[in-house]
Design a binder for this molecule. Structure first.
Ligand code: NAD
Length: 435
């Protein structure tokens, strides 16, 4: 099929490359000239495992191109809208300006029978409004939320857990199901469950899923607070409750909490939308989920101060991690970078290292010190903070690292190190939710 992808960020660039690898002819459009130029050279503008290889392969077939020129979408059968929906400055609600302008710019190029597939995460009610705006264009809207995880984005796009189509209750709506089935013929043939719903349900599925995941993380982090007050161990607690299949062990890792370009802003936008709908009470628990999550960052700073005798000022602190999670260079609402920035504000001499997120971190926090390796970062440090669980941090050798530091003190913000190994090597090891 001929496909256009509007907005080529973390979601759209991966979607475009994956659709081309499934055999479709794809044009990606982004307003960001730098991004479109990099993608046109077959270069991924951000770190995502597997994406560079996929881009190279797809570009070589001649089926994938990128541009800033919206007119290039003319002639496509399906247009995927993948632009950002960030949190509005000073408010909880989502900023819809990018979605609105993408639809306005796309409209002149729509043809009879086209399908416009919304993939951005939007407040419920958006699809209904946009479908009304498309009336008379000949195109039909389908809401097709995306569930990919950064770090596994290629795998998740090619082999999704499920496909959700929110469609219009009309003949055209029925046809849009057939069109998307053709787009996703390969994953569907592999047995991917496919659910057809109305618009409202499809939009809610996405924010409900993210709210559940955020709640699960904040639940175990709330338990971590109880563990800290009682001397219990949150990792053992998670293992024990996780054996109950109704609970499950995944997403029960206590630590510095969630961040990134989705979970925090999605739960806030969901609360804002519930307020507009007069059902804010249904989601007041999400306010607590958000508060628990942010308290973990404050707790990490408390531990850092305590380890250094009450203040971090003028003390050398090594920060390992800036990305909001491993295998990503995304620093949007990153707990790790947030803690590093706060340490800097308290006059700590921060030296930060992250395997992939350094350029983004430097652009956001140029005031911090940066190192080129773990060894450089910890050299002479009086305190080491592990804040993003990159594999190379998890696998650090406490003896070797111990030779470089100026004080064997480590705070494990992700509960990924083996405490006995560090203590045996002479370190003071502390973590969130454990003694
Ligand atoms: P992003 O900021 O990385 O990408 C958005 C892109 O859209 C940018 O490159 C921007 O330049 C471009 N853009 C903005 N206005 C445009 C326009 N009018 N025409 C063409 N391009 C335009 O954001 P993202 O992380 O890719 O997220 C996009 C959407 O997908 C959001 O709604 C997000 O919540 C949702 N989502 C993201 C993920 C994820 O893991 N990143 C997963 C699922 C859903």
């Amino acid at each position: 099929m001929k496909i256009s992808v509007i907005g080529c960020g973390y979601l759209g660039a991966v979607h475009a490359a994956c659709m081309a690898s499934l055999g479709h002819e794809v044009v990606g459009v982004d307003v960001d000239e730098r991004k479109a130029a990099a993608l046109s050279r077959g270069e991924a503008p951000f770190f995502e495992p597997g994406l560079p290889e996929l881009l190279t392969e797809a570009m070589a077939t001649g089926r994938l191109s990128f541009t800033t020129d919206m007119s290039a979408v003319e002639g496509a059968d399906v247009h995927f809208v993948c632009v950002g929906t960030p949190q509005k400055a000073g408010e909880y609600a989502a900023d819809m300006t990018y979605v609105d302008s993408a639809f306005t710019e796309l409209r002149p190029y729509l043809r009879e029978g086209n399908v416009v597939a919304g993939k951005s995460t939007v407040p419920v009610g958006t699809a209904e409004r946009l479908a009304a705006e498309l009336e008379g264009s000949g195109a039909v809207l389908v809401w097709n939320p995306e569930f990919l995880r950064e770090g596994f984005a290629v795998e998740d796009t090619l082999h999704p857990d499920r496909l959700v189509y929110g469609v219009a209750a009309s003949e055209a709506g029925q046809r849009s199901v057939e069109v998307l089935d053709e787009v996703y013929a390969t994953p569907i043939s592999e047995g991917t469950p496919r659910l057809v719903t109305d618009y409202a349900t499809a939009q809610l599925v996405k924010v409900a899923a993210n709210s559940f995941l955020a709640t699960k993380i904040s639940f175990i982090n709330a338990m971590a607070e109880l563990c800290e007050a009682t001397g219990a161990d949150v990792t053992q607690l998670a293992d024990a409750i996780g054996h109950d299949v109704r609970i499950g062990r995944r997403f029960l890792n206590a630590g510095l909490g969630f961040g990134g370009g989705c979970l925090p802003k999605d739960i806030r936008a969901f609360m804002a939308r519930a307020g507009e709908l007069g059902v804010d009470q249904a989601l007041t628990f999400l306010r607590e989920v958000d508060a628990i999550n942010l308290r973990r960052r404050a707790r990490m700073l408390d531990l850092a101060r305590a380890e250094l005798g009450g203040s971090v000022a003028n003390r050398k602190v090594a920060v390992l991690g800036a990305a909001f999670k491993p295998n990503s260079d995304d620093i949007r609402d990153s707990p790790a970078l947030d803690v590093a920035i706060q340490l800097g504000k308290e006059s700590a001499r921060v030296t930060l290292f992250d395997p992939e997120a350094m350029p983004n971190a430097k652009a956001k926090a140029p005031e911090l010190g940066y190192a080129d390796s773990i060894e450089d970062a910890v050299d002479g440090a009086e305190l080491v903070l592990l804040l993003t669980e990159w594999k190379q941090f998890v696998e650090m050798d406490p003896k070797a690292i111990g030779e470089l530091v100026d004080g064997r003190r480590i705070l494990d913000g992700r509960n990924v190190l083996v405490p006995s190994e560090w203590r045996d090597a002479g370190w003071t090891y502390r973590a969130l939710g454990r003694q």
